[in-house]
Design a protein. Sequence first.
Length: 185
Amino acid sequence: MSEVELHRCLEAILMVVEEPVSEVILAQIIERPTDEIKQGLINMAQKYQSEDRGFELRQVSGGWRFYSHPDMASLVERFVLDGQQARLTQAALETLSVIAYKQPVSRARVSAIRGVNVEAVMKTLVTRGLVEEAGIEGESGAVLYQTTSFFLEKLGLNSTSDLPALAPFLPDIDGLDELLANLTE
């Protein structure tokens, strides 16, 4: 395997890791000797540093991972904070509403109520600090979710009991009483 190919393999893996990954694990995945992996990582880190990139490759906590360059901290912070102020999508608002009125509730239950997969939306809500894990459901072992104090703060509420009743906001349709019963159980 050429050095270029090795670097491409390492970059592809390191782009998706959430925690530093060890040289041994990288060697197992790429099926190359650990010493070759270690030298490749060192060479890549030096190359990125000499090119003055906006990111760097660091060895931290027994593994390797990409980090934004410290010189870019203020820019990255502004991006992250501005991203937090972006409006929620309709899907996120609907999912957040279900969680607020049904909490603590599992992702599967939210999906069943909405009729669509909510996994990506749930990640967004957790990332934005609006929803958090609230424990484990005894029977199924599913993770339960609830709204956070940040959610209450953003809505200007003291507790979820201050949420408005749903009935005045819904149209008069057949089956509405059953729907409301499901949401408020």
